[in-house]
Design a protein around this ligand. Structure first.
Ligand code: HEM
Length: 406
């Protein structure tokens, strides 16, 4: 599993939604909402000759969103940092903010968020520079920086963020113009729906390409909460396409979009940003865990442990318990084979007997313990482990188990 670069992620049991976690995720959602809407409004500011209603609505909302973004980004970064430095002295904040990439990017995001408060008085180029910097910093502080080729994954993520900003900012602007001057909203809606279509095509394309770059196989989508949240997000995006289609139908007839459709679109935007706030904090790759197999039987008890349970080097511990009546095993073999990759034979794992200190004896059974170390699980996928034991009566007992490594 590649080290996930900058953004920390969570795995395993940390899924329970405590109040702290709820506040933590809420801060991520509000941060992304503020970043997307503010960047989007600033990008819509590049439009030549907007109507007075559009310009006034845009500038008003830029002012409000900039204030909201400064607060949301501050809370987001404080909670991220406190999560990163859990149990560490406060002095650790200084070190992380100055000596680590994630820290320096957080510092840059905070500086940009406060600089945004000055944007209302600034010209187009300063606004464009701010937007590109803010979205670029976010892309660099996300999962994209942990996958390779980095330039490709970062570029995909950046285009994804720009497209998301154009759609989110445009939708909020449409709603604002709608409230200010209905007829003008109709004119803006025609332009917006063109850009919305283009943004969605770019979102789907860059999103799909990022997914293909992050996951060695798409089946991982069904193995992680990252995959679950991404599928939820894709589902919500498809609903946006349906509402967009209904809005376009009305615009084609020269009618204003129904306010219900607009509200539905805004609701879907909120739900998508919620999924983004959670998705980007999950690990795209399933976590490997140590493999442990134990089976009891009248003829034999067996325990197999494989640690850490990753492709490559692992430690193997095999314990056999045979009835005292047959005593120690004559022959013990541990064999491994990958499943699902054609007719590949078993790999024999060389075993060495060792003195075991664990207190796990069974009455009337004799224990024999073996261990090994090496790259016998060479690649990710589903594997079978087969244990073949020949007892003193030359009876062979075979046990097997299957497991998956990522
Ligand atoms: C079919 C549609 C879409 C697909 C397949 C898709 C896919 C993705 C993927 C794979 C990521 C990377 C997640 C990660 O870094 O953990 C992502 C991130 C993101 N997506 Fe989408 N997405 C889609 C639609 C949208 C829409 C409609 C929005 C609009 C709000 C959006 C906004 C974002 C944002 C803000 C991020 C975070 C990027 C970052 O922080 O680096 N996406 N998306």
């Amino acid at each position: 599993m590649p080290s996930l670069g900058t953004a920390p992620t969570i795995t395993g049991g940390e899924q329970d939604l405590t109040t702290t976690r709820f506040i933590f995720y809420a801060s991520r959602v509000l941060y992304f909402a503020s970043l997307l809407v503010l960047s989007g409004l600033l990008l819509w500011g590049l439009r030549r000759a907007p109507s007075a209603a559009e310009r006034t609505s845009r500038e008003t909302w830029i002012g409000w969103t900039a204030q909201f973004a400064a607060l949301a980004t501050l809370v987001y970064i404080v909670l991220q940092m406190s999560n990163l430095t859990e149990g560490e002295p406060f002095s650790e904040w200084g070190r992380i903010l100055t000596d680590t990439t994630v820290g320096r990017l957080y510092a840059a995001q905070l500086a940009l968020a406060f600089a945004a408060l000055l944007l209302r008085g600034m010209g187009v180029s300063a606004r464009l520079a701010w937007t590109l910097l803010a979205l670029g910093t976010e892309a660099w502080n996300g999962h994209a920086a942990a996958f390779s080729p980095e330039a490709y994954t970062l570029a995909l993520d950046f285009v994804h963020l720009v497209a998301a900003a154009v759609w989110s900012g445009g939708l909020v602007l449409l709603a604002a113009v709608w409230h200010r001057e209905r007829p003008e909203a109709g004119r803006f809606a025609i332009l917006f729906s063109k850009w919305a279509l283009l943004s969605f095509l770019l979102l789907a394309l860059t999103g799909a390409l990022s997914t293909l770059q992050y996951l060695p196989t798409l089946s991982y989508l069904f193995e992680t909460s990252w995959g679950t949240w991404l599928l939820i997000k894709v589902g919500l995006s498809l609903l946006v396409v349906v509402t967009a289609f209904l809005i376009r139908m009305r615009l084609r007839k020269g009618e204003l979009p129904r306010s219900g459709l607009l509200k539905a679109d805004l609701g879907l935007l909120g739900a998508i940003v919620l999924s983004v706030g959670v998705l980007t904090y999950q690990n795209p790759l399933p976590a490997n865990e140590p493999i442990s197999y134990h089976e009891m039987g009248t003829d034999m008890h067996v325990t197999l442990r494989i640690t850490p349970g990753v492709p490559g080097d692992n430690a193997f511990t095999l314990k056999i318990w045979l009835p005292d009546s047959v005593g120690a095993p004559k022959k013990v073999a541990l064999r491994l084979r990958p499943l699902g990759s054609g007719d590949v034979g078993f790999i024999d794992v060389p075993l060495e007997a060792y003195e075991d200190s664990e207190l796990d004896d069974f009455p009337d059974f004799t224990k024999a313990t073996f261990q090994s170390k090496g790259p016998y699980l060479a690649f990710r996928g589903r594997w079978e482990a087969q244990i073949r034991v020949t007892d003193s009566t030359d009876t062979e007992i075979v046990k097997s188990t299957t497991f998956r490594i990522y």
